[in-house]
Design a protein around this ligand. Structure first.
Ligand SMILES: *[C@@H]1O[C@H](CO)[C@@H](O)[C@H](O)[C@H]1NC(C)=O
Ligand SMILES: [Zn+2]
Length: 398
C-alpha cells in the first residue's frame, strides 16, 4: 500500500489512462445504479440477539502466541520462506478447522524492478463456501479481501496493520459464520427451498492476496502483482454456458477490501457512491454493536463515521489498492481503509506491539456482523457457549 492521491492528480502521462478508466467505470456505475435498490432490499437486518452471538477472537489475536494472528507477524516478502510459512498457516487453518471451505491457489510470476531477471512467484489464496447444491457459475459471492505480502524494503518490515491484522480478521470471520452457513443451508434444504431458483444463490469467499506492495516505487506495473493477475485470469475463465454469471469476476457481488487496519481510532471514509449503501450497512452494525456494548475499543467516534455523507460529496479520488484491477472491470467495491493512514505506515514501527488489539478484535466483529447479515444468518448463529463447546470437542478429537 499505496498511493494516496486522487487519480487525476497523478502524473500527466497517467492522466489520460485514468480518464479512460474513469469513463469505463462511469458506464458501469450507471448500469449498476439501476439494480441497486433491488440489491439493498434483498437482505434483512441482524437482530440484537444475533449481534450478541458474534464471537470475539480473544486470545487468538494475542500477538505472541495467538493461533490466528501471531504466525502472520513475520516478514512475508513474496518468494521467501516467511511468505511460504504464512501461506501454510492459512491453508492449514482452513483444512483443519473449516473443511467445508474450498481452497483455491492462484499462482503467477513476474519480474520486479528490484530483482532483475529473476521471476518472483506470487500466490493468491481463495477460500470459498457456496450453497452445497449450487453450480459454481450460479453463485453471487460476497468477496472479502486483504493482502498478506510485505514490503521488500525496509528489510525486516512486519506490516502488522499492512496487512497481517486484516488477514487474521478474515480468518476469524470465516470461522464465525461457518456453523451459521451450514445451519442456514440445512434449513433451506429441509424446507424444500434449496435451488428452487426463487432466490439468488449466495456464497462467500475470502481472498488473501500476494504482491500488493511495490518493490521499488508504486507504479501501474510495480504494484498489485497478485490482484492484477487474478482479475485478468478470472475475467478470461468462462463458466459453463447458461450459468448465471459469465465468469468468476462477474460472480463477485461486492468486493470488500480491508487494508491498514489495527491502529487505534481509525477514520474510514466512504469512498464510492455506488456502494455507499453497503458502507451504511457496515456503519450501522458498528453503531448498534457499540450501543449494545459488544465492542471493546475505546473510540471517541465511529470507525466508519460517514454514513450521512451526501451524494454530492463523493467527488474526490480514491486510494490505489488491490481493488483497482477489479474495479476497472466493473466490480463493486467497499474499501475499508483509514484516511489518514496509520502513523506507522510503511515504517519499521508497523509492528505487533503497535497494534491496538481491542481495535483489531472490533474490526473482526464488525466485518463478521456485516458478512452474517449479508448471508442472511439471522437466527442461524450458534450461541457463544455452544461455540466454545464445539471448539472444546474439536480439540479433544484431535
Ligand atoms: C502455488 O504455489 C504454492 C507455493 O507458493 C504451492 O504450495 C502450491 O502448490 C501452488 N499451487 C498451484 C496450484 O500451483
Ligand atoms: Zn503497504
Amino acid at each position: 500500500m499505496l498511493r494516496q492521491q486522487p487519480l487525476w492528480a497523478a502524473g500527466s502521462s497517467s492522466l489520460s489512462l485514468s480518464a479512460a478508466r474513469l469513463a469505463r467505470l462511469l458506464v458501469h456505475l450507471v448500469v449498476l445504479a439501476a439494480s441497486m435498490p433491488f440489491a439493498v432490499a434483498t437482505y434483512g437486518t441482524l437482530s440484537d440477539e444475533s449481534l450478541a452471538r458474534i464471537p470475539t477472537a480473544g486470545a487468538d489475536f494475542d500477538i505472541h502466541n495467538g493461533k490466528l494472528l501471531a504466525p502472520i507477524l513475520i516478514p512475508r516478502v513474496p518468494g521467501t520462506p516467511g511468505s511460504r510459512a504464512v501461506q501454510q498457516h492459512f491453508v492449514r487453518f482452513f483444512q483443519e478447522q473449516l473443511p467445508a471451505w474450498e481452497i483455491e491457489w492462484h499462482n503467477s510470476s513476474a519480474k520486479t524492478p528490484a530483482t532483475g531477471d529473476q521471476l518472483i512467484p506470487f500466490a493468491n489464496l481463495i477460500f470459498r463456501r457456496d450453497p452445497p447444491w449450487a453450480a459454481p457459475g450460479d453463485v453471487a459471492r460476497l468477496t472479502l479481501a486483504a493482502h498478506y505480502d510485505t514490503l521488500y524494503q525496509p528489510e525486516g518490515f512486519i506490516g502488522a496493520t499492512d496487512s497481517a491484522a486484516p488477514c487474521a480478521m478474515l480468518m476469524h470471520v470465516a470461522r464465525s459464520i461457518d456453523a451459521g452457513l451450514t445451519a442456514k443451508w440445512e434449513a433451506m434444504k429441509a424446507a424444500g427451498e434449496a435451488g428452487n431458483g426463487l432466490e439468488e444463490e449466495r456464497g462467500v469467499q475470502i481472498m488473501l492476496l500476494d504482491g500488493e506492495e511495490a518493490w521499488v516505487k508504486w507504479t501501474a506495473t510495480d504494484s498489485l502483482y497478485g490482484s492484477r493477475a487474478l482479475a485478468e485470469a478470472w475475467e478470461s475463465t468462462p463458466y459453463a454456458p447458461l450459468s448465471t454469471f459469465s465468469n468468476p469476476l462477474g460472480s463477485i457481488s461486492l468486493f470488500v477490501l480491508l487494508d491498514l487496519l489495527g491502529a487505534r481510532s481509525p477514520n474510514v471514509p466512504s469512498y464510492f457512491q455506488t456502494t455507499h449503501w453497503a458502507y451504511q450497512r457496515m456503519a450501522s452494525l458498528e453503531k448498534r454493536m457499540r450501543k449494545l456494548r459488544l465492542l471493546a475499543s475505546e473510540a471517541t467516534k465511529q470507525f466508519l463515521p460517514e454514513s450521512g455523507k451526501a451524494m454530492s460529496q463523493f467527488a474526490r479520488g480514491f486510494v490505489e489498492d488491490d481493488h483497482v484491477p477489479f474495479m476497472a472491470r466493473g466490480v463493486e467495491i467497499l474499501h475499508v481503509i483509514p484516511h489518514p493512514f496509520p502513523s506507522v505506515w510503511h515504517t519499521m514501527a508497523d509492528t505487533a506491539g503497535n497494534l491496538d488489539i481491542p481495535t483489531v478484535d472490533d474490526w473482526a466483529k464488525i466485518v463478521t456482523a456485516f458478512t452474517a447479515e449479508w448471508m442472511d444468518l439471522d437466527g442461524m448463529l450458534p450461541s457463544i457457549p455452544a461455540q466454545h463447546e464445539v471448539r472444546e470437542t474439536a480439540k479433544t478429537e484431535l
